[in-house]
Design a protein around this ligand. Structure first.
Ligand SMILES: [Zn+2]
Length: 322
């Protein structure tokens, strides 16, 4: 039996370790190490520590014990994680090219490069959070974007790997429209690398199945139950709480729902009209071309369009109204 001491260590130590400890270690490495190889190796090692910590903490203090059961999705999710991180690294490596193409050189643009790196990173996080949140909001409103984003919402549980389960095309759209403008403004590679790392850690924390304590931050950070509600398979009731880091953008947009309308159970994750969400990587990345919002996926249901659920009808009406 897990001791109360260990559970309390996870309850109160998980968030500070992940958000301050690991992000702080990445900041130290990126701003101190001279060798690019040493920096890259440290970032990869810290990501492995982050996943390992999440998986360990999920065993010690899970939010829902059922989410720790094998769901046959680990292999596919690992591919998603690798594809996500490779694409993210390519985005950082593309910064010199973007600077040359759009800002008149690597050290040009309106980005405040004279600020301390920590200040530049804070600015990057706030701006990226707004851009990513707004694109996320649009991804729930426009069927074309929703088809891609559905790959993230198809998961029937939340755990360490699921934050990085993204359709690569949707991730590319996020990078071009939400973080690309920062690069065009002249954000240095050093800051972009840290931003990419901080976003990865945030996605791991946001989706990990750990009952960490949030205290007074509960309604200000876009994690915990706030994000569980975003993943419910209750038709359009999860179309809220779009933020990645903070809830302030949702509050401004009127999409912040701090409390679920009814208790969320372990079986409430996923997309109601795709209950048999495919488990294979190729099936998932091709899903947007087989999925018709409001009708489900033709080859995944015996009765695809004849009897949509009330919630599926609600989504179809909602989408048609756009
Ligand atoms: Zn979403």
């Amino acid at each position: 039996m897990t001791s109360g001491l260990l559970r309390n260590a996870v309850r109160f130590g998980y968030l500070p370790f992940m958000l301050i400890g690991l992000n702080g270690a990445a900041y130290y490495a990126v701003t101190t190490f001279q060798s690019h190889i040493a920096i890259a190796a440290t970032i990869v090692a810290l990501l492995i520590v982050a996943f390992s910590t999440a998986f360990f903490a999920e065993r010690v203090l899970p939010w829902y014990a059922e989410w720790n059961d094998p769901h046959g999705d680990d292999k596919t999710n690992l591919i998603h994680v690798l594809v996500y991180e490779i694409q993210s690294a390519n985005g950082v490596l593309a910064i010199p090219l973007l600077g040359w193409l759009f800002s008149g050189g690597l050290n040009a643009g309106i980005w405040p490069r004279d600020w301390p790196v920590l200040g530049q990173l804070a600015l990057a996080v706030v701006l990226a959070d707004f851009g990513l949140m707004y694109l996320h909001y649009l991804s729930h409103r426009f069927p074309m974007l929703w088809r891609l984003h559905a790959v993230h919402h198809g998961v029937d549980r939340l755990y360490g790997f699921n934050g990085l389960v993204r359709h690569p095309l949707h991730q590319a759209i996020d990078m071009i429209l939400a973080t690309g403008p920062l690069a065009i403004a002249g954000m240095p590679m050093q800051v972009a690398l840290l931003l990419g790392f901080v976003i990865s850690i945030q996605l791991i924390v946001q989706h990990s199945n750990v009952a960490y304590a949030l205290g007074p931050l509960r309604n200000h950070l876009a994690i915990g139950q706030i994000h569980h509600l975003h993943h419910v398979n209750w038709g359009t009731e999860g179309d809220c709480n779009f933020g990645l880091f903070f809830n302030i953008w949702d509050r401004m947009l009127g999409t912040f729902h701090p409390e679920p309308p009814r208790p969320i159970t372990a079986g409430d994750m996923g997309i109601d009209e795709i209950p048999q969400f495919p488990k294979g990587y190729l099936e998932q990345v091709t899903l947007p071309w087989r999925y018709k919002p409001g009708q489900g996926v033709q080859d995944l249901s015996r009765k695809p369009a004849q009897s949509p659920t009330a919630a599926a009808k609600a989504r179809a009406i909602h989408d048609a109204a756009e």
